[in-house]
Design a protein around this ligand. Structure first.
Ligand code: JHZ
Length: 407
């Protein structure tokens, strides 16, 4: 990327380079272990003109999203988050049984299913071929494709006119944001609303969540550049809320310009970002220093524990863990194996570091000394689920926002 994907400026300043890394969800099958994995640059810049933070290198999306191993539906936190979100949106936007809900990046249809179960028409769009059957099994229609302006026009010709378009954890994955926004504008019916949720840059910086920086996430959004983006497409952000999911996210409500009353939450958030001086260099340089310190602390902590004869296992193999493990140089020598609740990750190995992944049930008959919670955004759910591990004397290591041991 030589220019900013929102404002096209060339004034980009790289502030963090995590090196060349394998794709974060590129979990390997046993027979792929002999293969050399492709690695791609993982470094980030800030646009000095509009403050968008973006990756310097864009990996072709087909390599990451046509066979997608991540599904959120094995987490009870995610299930209740999506159910509440669906109920909140139905109430806030006064959706009726005639109002079509379109979910872009619908994954296995978990979120849409909450609308479907409440008798609202639902349609999903997702490029992952492996996720078609689970969506269809829920009796929800799915278009197996990347969302684009061209797809929006095709959907209109097919008679689709959604009242609500949603995209949870999708916007950060989009390279051509202008084409995407233009597609949303084309497709929105009347006073229809686009609702997007994504990890918030302010949380990322304040909590040093550097492991959420990976090839799938092309942009790291604050509100300021997004306001500009939607303005360029005759749309405006008219409301927002900060939410705790995924370590701190933001939910924005977008409509065609002038169609909705703009709530004070928008101005308040913009003012807060201005006060935080999100375009000033030292914020990013200090973040980079903390990243180096945290990665080093984790490796040192695991090495020390290992030297004392402890057995260490990982909990959760999120995409984040791939970044943390590769950047910190943590491999099978320190972490024996990782347990993960997503069936299609089990039996595979972590990209680059090749740590085997098993089901969580393995912990019913194995008793390591330490569990490193790589899925730190689900810490509370995991601590609750593994209360018996603590009772047996086990301890947890939480790597974010800084290395911490529990209890
Ligand atoms: P989780 C995903 O990132 C992918 P990841 C995506 N790119 C995105 O934008 C972000 O979310 C926001 C496991 N687990 O959600 C399941 C257990 O094993 O943090 C998952 O593999 N037991 C779309 O991949 C992983 O942890 C449990 O009890 O970084 C969590 O992955 C729980 C709760 C989870 O996302």
């Amino acid at each position: 990327m030589k220019t900013c994907r929102i404002c096209n400026s060339r004034k980009l300043r790289t502030f963090l380079s995590l090196g060349d890394m394998p794709l974060p969800n590129g979990f390997l099958l046993e027979d792929e272990l002999k293969k050399t994995e492709a690695k791609y640059d993982l470094s980030v810049s800030i646009c000095k003109s509009c403050s968008l933070v973006q990756l310097n290198t864009v990996v072709p999306p087909e390599l990451m999203f046509t066979n997608y191993l991540y599904i959120p539906s094995t987490s009870s936190t995610m299930l209740s988050h999506f159910e509440k979100m669906a109920d909140d949106l139905i109430e806030k936007l006064r959706l009726t049984h005639d109002d079509l809900v379109l979910d872009i990046g619908c994954n296995d249809g978990t979120f849409l299913n909450f609308f479907h179960k409440r008798s609202l028409p639902a349609l999903g769009v997702d490029p992952a071929k492996n996720l078609i059957p689970p969506v269809q099994k829920k009796n929800i229609n799915i278009i197996s494709d990347f969302f684009s302006k061209v797809l929006a026009e095709t959907l209109i010709l097919q008679g689709y006119k959604p009242k609500l378009i949603t995209a949870t954890n999708v916007l950060a994955h989009i390279d051509d944001l202008h084409d995407f926004c233009s597609g949303v504008h084309t497709l929105l019916r009347g006073s229809g609303v686009f609702v997007a949720e994504f990890p918030y840059l302010v949380d990322l910086l304040e909590k040093t969540q550097f492991d959420t920086i990976y090839h799938e996430h092309l942009s790291y959004f604050s509100l300021t550049p997004l306001v500009r983006l939607f303005e360029m497409h005759d749309m405006e952000i008219f409301d927002l809320s900060r939410i705790p999911i995924h370590g701190g996210s933001i939910r924005i409500f977008v409509g065609k310009t002038g169609d909705h009353v703009v709530m004070p939450s928008v101005g308040a958030c913009l003012r807060e970002e201005e006060n935080l001086e999100l375009n000033v260099d030292h914020i990013y340089d200090e973040f980079t220093a903390r990243v180096k310190f945290n990665a080093h602390s984790l490796t040192q902590c695991l090495k020390d524990l290992k030297r004392l004869g402890n057995r260490i296992v990982g909990y959760g193999a999120p995409a984040k863990s791939s970044v943390l493990l590769n950047y910190s140089g943590i491999s099978n020598e320190l972490i024996e194996y990782i347990v993960d609740s997503i069936p299609c990750k089990q039996g595979r190995y972590t990209p680059g570091t090749r740590i085997p992944i098993h089901s969580e049930e393995k912990l019913n008959f194995d008793n390591p000394d330490y569990l490193v919670i790589f899925a730190w955004n689900f810490k509370d759910e995991i601590l609750k689920k593994q209360a018996s591990f603590c009772k047996r004397g086990g301890r947890f290591i939480v790597p974010s926002p800084s290395v911490m041991m529990l209890p």
